[in-house]
Structures are given as C-alpha cells and as structure tokens.
Design a protein around this ligand. Structure first.
Ligand SMILES: [Zn+2]
Length: 293
C-alpha cells in the first residue's frame, strides 16, 4: 500500500515538475490519527506537499519539515519528508469539524487561521535552514506557492487535493508542483499558465483515474516532458524503541529517577504515527546508568 511520486523535467530544461498519487498515505494517516474529514484533508494536503518538497533534498540523511502554525481551532499541522518523499505527520486537533464555507467547501483556511508557514530543512549541517512566511490562505497549496516565491525566489505552481468518500475513507489524494527554473522563456510561462487555468481540480483528475504522469502531461501540455524518476512513497515513521530510549536518557538522571519513583514505568507516544512505547520500571532503571547527572 504505497503512493507514487514522479519527478520530471521539460526537454528544454526550464521547468521541473513533481506529481504524487497519495491515497494510501493519507488513508493511513487518517486511520492512525483518527482524523475527522476536515483534518484528513488538511493533514493530507500537508503530507502530499511535503512529500514533493522532500524531493528537492539531496542526500539520504536530509529531511524537510513543514509546519503550518495558525491560530485557528485546528492548531498546528506538522509534516516531515525524507529525500525520497516518504512522509509522516500529525495535526494538533485531529477530530475537529467545522461548518462548510458559504461556497459549500471544507473550511480548511478557517480551521488553520492566521499564522506562519515554517519550512525547516535539515541538511546534515550544523544549523538547519529555516524559512518562514505569513500564511496566505491556510489552504496549504497556496501557502507552499508563496513560500517558494518569497523564501526561495522560485516561481511555483502547487495544487493539492484530498477527496473523502461517503464512508469517510480517502477516495483520492494527490497533487503536483511545477517550478520555473531561471531563464524560462515567456512563451513557456504563458503556455503553462493557460494549461493550469484550464485544469480541473486535482481531486477530480485523480478520481477520473489520471495517473501522476497523466496530470503532468496535461499541466505541461505542449511541452516535451521527460520523467526522471518514479518512486514508491509511504507514510513512514522512523521512530522505534531505541529512539525512545535515547529520548528518555536525554532527560537526565534526576528526571528519570523522579519518573521511576512517581510513575514506576513510562509510556511514550510518537506524535507522528501514534505508536505507543511502554517502558517498565526495570527498563528505566537500566537507562539510568547512561543518563548524565
Ligand atoms: Zn512514530
């Protein structure tokens, strides 16, 4: 059960593009986090966008974190991608529902509220790269577009869509991201603008059975598109007992002792995948020797 992510470039090398089919990824997130319809769409869009942004990373140890920090009732949305586009993520208020907008659409922007979009790129250097912009609409795709325009000066078109079925499972999810590289000819820009404005919503395309490749061919119609890479991508969390042990050890000896005295064992929950890790009193005592005073 995986999604598909493709990377492409046009033959004259002035446009790069990414597209993702991620129904299984968003459905997995929905089930592990117990997401409402609204949260499924909000977190789903963030996961899909982050996955494509992760493709811009260079090496295996790099990661990209997207944080949507709004003041709305949804709280923050956090998603992390590796360099292949495997993602994980969570939302503060997974069960939130809101009335639809006057246009009858899910009110994602209202759920997110005003605030910032923060992109953190951990490139295995001493300091991570951090970019921050004001949220435009809180609808995620427009905010990602704005981020690239302001923080990276890369003109970008981003479209993300999640369609929820009547039984509340994810019916379709995906998106695309098109970026103009320096010196793109005006006629190429005009052509892409024309294509994009004629393109139906991405959820409709996916629901009609369009593959990521077919979506890019429509968005870049009239240009010669070369698919550079096709990857299978998943909701993937690198958490495990070892990482959780390290987190406990990093609390220090005093804090660990008080947990042992007050609670006996410890229960740790991974925010990203909702997996629970239980540590017995004996296990915690074993970690004490590794902790610093
Ligand atoms: Zn996890």
């Amino acid at each position: 059960m995986s999604g598909t992510l493709i990377r492409a470039i046009t033959s004259e090398l002035s446009v790069r593009a990414f597209a993702i089919e991620g129904k299984d990824i968003v459905e997995y997130a929905r089930r592990v986090h117990g997401l409402s319809v609204l949260s499924t769409v909000a977190l789903g869009r963030a996961l899909l966008g982050t996955s494509m942004m992760g493709c811009l990373l260079k090496t295996e140890t790099d990661s990209l974190t997207l944080q949507v920090r709004g003041d709305g009732p949804l709280g923050s949305i956090v998603a992390v991608s590796d360099y292949l586009g495997n993602v994980r993520g969570y939302v503060d208020n997974p069960t939130l529902e809101l009335p639809p907008t006057p246009q009858g659409r899910l009110n994602i922007g209202g759920a997110v509220g005003d605030g910032d979009l923060i992109i953190i790129k951990d490139l295995s250097l001493k300091e991570p790269y951090i970019g921050r912009i004001r949220l435009q609409t809180g609808e995620i795709a427009e905010d990602i577009t704005q981020y690239f325009a302001v923080s990276e000066q890369v003109p970008t078109v981003c479209a993300l869509g999640v369609l929820v079925d009547e039984d509340l499972s994810v019916k379709a999810a995906g998106g695309f991201m098109i970026q103009l590289l320096p010196y793109t000819e005006d006629k190429v820009i005009d052509l892409i603008e024309k294509n994009i404005s004629a393109l139906p919503p991405v959820t409709q395309l996916l629901n009609e059975g369009c593959t990521p490749k077919a979506i890019l061919e429509r968005a870049l119609c009239g240009l010669e598109v070369e698919i550079l890479q096709t990857d299978s991508v998943d909701f993937k969390c690198p958490c495990g007992r070892e990482r959780m042990s390290k987190a406990l050890i990093s609390l220090g000896r005093q804090e660990l002792r008080s947990i042992i005295e007050e609670q006996g064992g410890a229960q740790l929950l991974c925010h990203f995948c909702n997996k629970r890790y239980d540590f017995s009193k004996e296990e915690l005592l074993g970690l004490l020797s590794e902790a610093s005073e």
